[in-house]
Design a protein around this ligand. Sequence first.
Ligand code: F3S
Length: 74
Amino acid sequence: PYFTWINKETCIACGVCGASAPALFDYDEEGIAFGLRDDNKGDAEVPSNLIEDLLDAHEGCPTESVRVYENKQK
Ligand code: F3S
């Protein structure tokens, strides 16, 4: 399984993640991304049909802020 959360400390609000994976990421009022499905906790398993989008977001983020793990992190 895959889990994801955004490192909000390093996100520069570039917008790639939400464009790549709109079902997984949204932005706060400052444009900083967060994980939509678990309030950025990283504890919700990413559905298998969204994994491709997740990996696109992960690869596309210029600051490596889209964290992807195969185990729960927090
Ligand atoms: Fe931020 Fe990276 Fe998304 S900079 S807006 S986490 S693609």
